[in-house]
Design a protein around this ligand. Structure first.
Ligand code: PMP
Length: 358
């Protein structure tokens, strides 16, 4: 009875291995301060839990409008940007028209395209993890591509694709989704394009700046685009507790977000420098809150050795073009130090073992 299409699909996989130090999901490593949690619990008590939430999240949108610097009419909300990716995959172009995805990247783009039975036109990035323009233009023309997803910066490689290449592909009549989930760690944006063009939207999220548990994602686009996309949105997709909590944190807790993000950026540079100095490690520069790196050993073995030492990171070696690669999220200073120490020990251990076996 289930659709044949499901047979070829794989569910989104996330790291659930328990570990003392969790640097696997690109979350903000700091939890909200006590006084903010206190304020939240007072407000939560006032909620009528028997009632449906505001279907339009109006009060939250008002706060988000100020936070994002765009009018409310240009914002659509999703239960995480994941949900917005689903909406875009069903709403842009026809279902038999291709979805262009430069890979390796965030897996939800391909999963959502396939869920709706759309051809996923995946084109490998070049050696510098930038878009292969020639190959992409060819694939876009051959597969009547109407929709493209760009993780900007790209998860898991950490770099920004060339802006010119994204714009050139768009010239082929391709609706461009610029996923700026890591915007706060990078600062580059397509916001103006999204506000003024009908073929470009951007995605943002509260998940990477301390509120992953709320599931609030934002789509920014032209009013005409938003009002059409709103037709596919589920009626009560943002829970009322999430609306209330996000509103409090984005009004009274901005100082916390700003300072936490600055700390993570400083730590990112520290972890990057330390990884660069490690023998046998190749590390890739990052504009996000995570770092991709490679060791001479099998990534499964490195991952396993790190878990034994209480550190959980993400094995990326199953993605095309990322053989031997792992991704570490930037944590608190003491977590980053523990990771670096555990990685040194793991590499030493694996080196000794491989010397013994030769
Ligand atoms: N886009 C990218 C590029 C991501 O890396 C992630 C999370 N890993 C998401 C979207 C999903 O974000 P959200 O929690 O808002 O669904």
């Amino acid at each position: 009875m289930l659709s044949r299409r499901l047979k070829s699909l794989k569910a989104y996989k996330t790291e659930t291995t328990p570990a003392k130090i969790k640097l696997s999901s690109n979350e903000l490593p700091l939890d909200l301060p006590g006084e903010l949690k206190e304020k939240i619990s007072q407000e939560i008590k006032k909620i009528s839990f028997n009632r449906y939430p505001d279907p339009h999240s109006e009060e939250l949108k008002e706060v988000l409008s100020d936070f994002l610097g765009v009018p409310e009419r240009n914002i659509m909300l999703g239960n995480g940007s994941d949900e917005l990716i689903y909406y875009l995959s069903v709403a842009v172009g026809e279902l038999n028209e291709g979805v262009y995805i430069p890979i390796p990247t965030f897996p939800m783009y391909e999963i959502s395209a396939k869920v709706f039975g759309r051809p996923a036109v995946c084109v490998p990035l070049d050696k510098t993890f930038d878009i292969d323009l020639e190959g992409s233009l060819r694939a876009v023309k051959e597969n009547s591509v109407r929709l493209a997803y760009y993780s900007y910066p790209n998860n898991p490689t950490g770099n920004l694709f060339s802006r010119d290449k994204i714009l050139r592909i768009r010239e082929e009549g391709v609706f461009s989704v610029i996923d700026e989930a890591y915007y706060h760690y990078c600062g580059d944006t397509f916001l103006e394009e999204a506000l003024h063009r009908e073929d470009t939207v951007i995605l943002r999220t509260l998940s990477k700046i301390g509120l992953a548990s709320l599931r609030v994602g934002m789509l920014i686009g032209k009013e005409e685009v938003i009002s059409e996309l709103e037709k596919v949105r589920l009626p009560f997709n943002i829970t009322y507790p999430s609306q209330v909590i996000a509103r409090i944190v984005l009004t009274e807790g901005r100082y916390f977000i700003d300072s936490a993000v600055s700390k993570v950026i400083a730590e990112r540079e520290k972890v990057y420098r330390e990884l660069r100095e490690m023998d046998g490690v190749e590390v890739f520069p990052s504009r996000a809150n995570f770092i991709l790196f490679k060791t001479p050993f099998d990534a499964d073995r490195v991952h396993e050795e790190l878990v034994k030492r209480g550190v959980l990171i993400r094995n990326m070696s199953y993605l095309p073009g990322l053989e031997g690669c792992l991704r570490v999220s930037v944590g608190k200073p003491e977590e980053n130090d523990a990771f670096l120490e555990a990685l040194k020990e793991s590499i030493n251990y694996l080196t000794t073992r491989s010397e013994k076996s030769t």
